[in-house]
Design a protein around this ligand. Structure first.
Ligand code: NAP
Length: 498
């Protein structure tokens, strides 16, 4: 297995994929899994097998954590500028290979190339942002109230980290964790999702080329996540877990973290309300709905899951949205004209169809879509459901697909009650032209982020994260690095008589 050495990378996709190492990255070396076990990576648009990737056993996982633990002391002592420059080089390399990385991602995950290029740029921004933050880690210096002691507060890396990422944004969810960990001086074991290992492996190569020392980043792909990760969590050696994925798995990890009292950051599921007030600009609201619903084919934690539209404009909004959704070109993401790619796998698509069927049986009308297409690939048509009943299962379940359920409402108190009637609280969207209403309703929404007259909230400079069962902690922004740092306070008595 060899790493790509040329930049820019080959444009021929298959050549490009062939250049990605398929092993486990442990202690700076690419290795096979114990017993030579591998698993296959599939293109969800065609079913084509793209690669066979090493399938780590718990013993491989243990070796990876040992490498991270061994590298931690010297990595913690590196100069912030050195860590900063590694990240900055990685940013430059990711951007130089934007098209190639986008093709790899589209091949294994399905999103259209244009979106994949956008994700590469978004992911790269975390490398650049945290390269800038690495040299700004600061502490505090003060005196006790009685003037007898100095209080010196320093920041230290939390220690070896367990990073677990999902398949829906395979590059950005990686850099959103790796970059602050590198900036803070932490080592790490990364377990990517098994549907999308190639993007993570390509990123690991870039970080190696950028000068990241051996053992700082260890990459462990596996089809046995529960066993591999449980040992990391129980080891007492890993000091932090940062997870992005479903709320169910997040709760399992939090229980495990309790046993060794590990620092935990959780970016979990969502059930985003999208509220369109009667005074909203309809064009802006429909644009926002397209962005909030159709980004990543609806396979996003930030996806608008419930569209509450004031009754006076619900029909007009639904019709315009249905027209825009029906006009989208569905197809293989590698085709430049494709606007909507396939869903990730058969199980993901079956869940979407089940939720749509349930809503239709409870009285909703499909203005467009709603039926499974024939043919290969896990495609699902963009779908708008009007007059969705409040007891439909998709009101309480993350649909994770291109389905927009529209529910009319009559007054603000009613819509805030409906919006907050969920265990989740990641993001909400609000459309109104009245600034007082915008602030008032934003404050009443139980969420970590609000898009006001916009369907996009994600930005590396902003603190991303949720409340309630959508998670703990924030990624990005000024606070993103805090998740990887501990405080240490030195009590130093002042000399008496001076
Ligand atoms: P998932 O099933 O929870 O899986 C996420 C990751 O956890 C995968 O790498 C998975 O590997 C691993 N995993 C599963 N069981 C595990 C266990 N017992 N111990 C350790 N790791 C385990 O979620 P997903 O289906 O990949 O992703 C979709 C979910 O992620 C949605 O709920 C979405 O809202 C959420 N998400 C949240 C954010 C955010 O920032 N809040 C961003 C993106 C996605 P295996 O697949 O091998 O089990």
């Amino acid at each position: 297995m060899t790493a790509p050495t040329t930049s820019p990378c080959p444009t021929a996709l298959r050549t490009g994929i062939a250049s990605i190492p398929t092993g486990l990255l442990i202690g700076g070396r690419w290795r096979e899994a114990v017993g030579g076990k591998v698993f296959e990576v599939e293109n969800p648009a065609t079913g084509e097998v793209l690669a066979a990737v090493a399938d780590a056993s718990p013993a491989d996982g243990d070796a990876a954590l040992a490498a991270a633990v061994a590298a931690q002391p010297s990595w913690a002592r590196t100069a912030p500028r050195q860590r900063s420059e590694i990240l900055r080089r990685a940013y430059d390399l990711v951007m130089a290979r934007q098209d190639w990385l986008a093709e790899v991602m589209t091949s294994e995950m399905g999103k259209p190339l244009a979106e994949a290029r956008g994700e590469v740029a978004y992911a790269a921004e975390f490398l650049r942002w945290f390269s800038e933050e690495a040299v700004r880690i600061s502490g505090d210096h003060t005196t006790t109230g009685d003037g007898a002691n100095r209080i010196i507060v320093t920041r230290e890396p939390v220690g070896p980290c367990v990073l677990i990422t999902p398949w829906n944004f395979p590059l950005a969810m990686g850099t959103r964790k790796i970059a602050p960990a590198v900036a803070a001086g932490c080592t790490m074991v990364l377990k990517p999702a098994p549907q999308t290992p190639l993007t993570s492996l390509a990123l690991a190569v870039i970080l190696q080329e950028s000068g990241l020392p051996e053992g700082v980043l260890n990459v462990v792909n596996t089809t046995d996540a529960a066993a591999v990760v449980e040992r990391w969590m129980a080891s007492g050696k890993a000091r932090k877990v940062s997870f992005t994925g479903s709320t169910g798995v997040g709760k399992v990890l939090l229980r495990q973290a309790a046993e060794t009292v590990m620092r935990s950051s959780m970016e979990l599921g969502g059930n985003a309300p999208f509220i369109v007030c009667a005074d909203a600009d309809l064009d802006t609201a429909v644009d926002g709905a397209m962005a909030a619903k159709m980004r990543n084919m609806g396979e996003a934690c930030t996806a608008a899951n419930r569209m509450y539209v004031h009754r006076d404009i619900a029909a007009a909004f639904s019709q315009r949205l249905a027209a825009r959704m029906a006009a989208l070109k569905v197809g293989n993401g590698l085709d430049d004209e494709t606007e909507v790619g396939p869903l990730i796998d058969a199980a993901g698509r079956a869940k979407v169809q089940r939720l749509v069927d349930d809503a239709l049986q409870r009285g909703a009308t499909a203005l467009t879509g709603g039926r499974l297409p024939d043919g290969p690939g896990y495609f699902y048509p963009p779908t708008v459901l009007a007059d969705v009943s409040g007891d439909s299962e998709l009101m309480t379940t993350e649909v994770f697909g291109p389905v927009a359920p529209v529910i009319p409402f009559d007054d603000e108190d009613e819509v805030i009650t409906l919006a907050n009637d969920t265990d989740w609280g990641l993001v909400g969207y609000l459309f109104t032209q009245d600034i007082d209403r915008a602030f008032d309703l934003s404050e009443r929404l139980e969420v970590g982020m609000v898009g006001v007259n916009t369907g996009v909230v994600s930005n590396p400079a902003a603190p991303f994260g949720g409340v309630k069962q959508s998670g703990l902690g924030r990624e990005g922004g000024k606070v993103g690095i805090d998740e990887f740092l501990e405080y240490k306070y030195l009590a130093v008595p002042r000399r008496k008589g001076h």
